[in-house]
Design a binder for this molecule. Structure first.
Ligand code: SF4
Length: 320
């Protein structure tokens, strides 16, 4: 049953993926290459979102899932992929797209209703002028994002209640989660990321992040391909948090220098070993006693490194 969430047979069945490369020349061959790449991307997005839904039991039979659509590439992508998965999921669930029009100057209020009407899905546009409140309260030049998101959160919780929503889906992706992890480590002294599923702070809602396994670059490519009518996020005039910008730069730089590092760091978030950290709330260090029983998989005094040792001047270093 679970396979239906991640099964991508229908896309492969178009025959595109099996079409021989080089069968055509010039423009036709280029076009075929792009189509194959897009098919692969679609398969990957569906598989990764389906896997997150299974792994974290994000969506259950009868759920009414509120997809928060801001007009950015991530939330458009989330809605798009969830609608695809809804058709082949082994369970029945509803999708309700919700947008909060915060009355930012220049917000093109017609774009989302038009787009969502064309899709023919259930949607709701909530209009609340949080922009004026934030402008009034936050001193000129200070970042408005923290108050703005707090107000937005409260409104979305109320709307979720009114629409009898059982799950609130947000469009944060793998890179957002990794950046949050480093933000917390560097600026708050905490090993804490952004959870794929949580109970909201008011205790009344389950929030899910179905894009948890998805790379931002794939969402950018998907948005280009689908030509989503993106609404720029800079309308309010507020700058993105400077610390987040710094972290993004750092991760980007690492990835350029050591390709694949982002993926490895993301995998690490799913492989936590509390007995090898120092949090007494997570591991009972005080109560440690000898067991007298040898354990092949037990902790070793000097752990073998789980990565390959570097080589110096072409000579592989040997672990002592
Ligand atoms: S960028 Fe603007 S709209 Fe977005 S959270 Fe910050 S203040 Fe709010």
């Amino acid at each position: 049953m679970n396979d239906l969430w991640t099964d991508t047979h229908d896309e492969a069945a178009t025959g595109l993926l099996d079409a021989p490369v080089g069968a055509e020349t010039g423009t036709a061959s280029k076009k075929l290459k792009i189509e194959r790449e897009i098919h692969k991307l679609e398969k990957r997005l569906c598989r990764q979102v389906g896997q997150a839904i299974i792994d974290f039991n994000m969506i259950e039979e009868g759920d009414r899932v509120m997809v928060c659509v801001s007009g950015g590439k991530d939330s458009f992508g989330l809605l798009d992929i969830l609608l695809k998965l809804q058709k082949r999921a082994p369970i029945n669930f509803d999708i309700v797209a919700v947008n909060l029009d915060q009355k930012q100057p220049g917000f093109p209020a017609h774009i989302l209703p038009e787009y969502l009407s064309q899709l023919g899905i259930e949607y709701h546009i909530e209009t609340q002028d949080t922009y004026s409140i934030v402008k009034k309260v936050v001193a000129e030049g200070k970042t408005m994002c923290s108050l703005c998101s707090r107000l937005r959160r409260g409104i979305l919780y109320r709307v979720a209640d009114e629409l009898k929503i059982t799950k609130i889906a947000l469009g944060h992706h793998r890179d957002d989660m990794l950046h949050t992890f480093f933000l917390n480590m560097f600026f708050a002294g905490k090993l804490k990321g952004m959870p794929p599923k949580l109970v909201s702070d008011d205790g009344g809602h389950v929030v899910i992040r179905p894009l948890a396994n998805v790379a931002e670059k794939d969402l950018i490519r998907w948005a280009e391909h689908r030509q989503f009518p993106i609404i720029p996020c800079s309308l309010c005039g507020s700058q993105e948090n400077l610390q987040r910008q710094e972290i993004k730069r750092m991760v980007h730089q690492w990835e350029r220098q050591y390709p694949g590092r982002t993926e490895t760091m993301f995998t690490a978030l799913q492989n936590v070993v509390p007995s090898h950290l120092m949090d007494v709330k997570r591991h009972d260090f005080k109560g440690i006693k000898i067991t007298g029983i040898a354990d092949e998989n037990g902790d070793k005094v000097f752990d073998e490194e789980e990565f390959s040792l570097p080589s110096v001047a072409g000579v592989q270093l040997v672990q002592l």
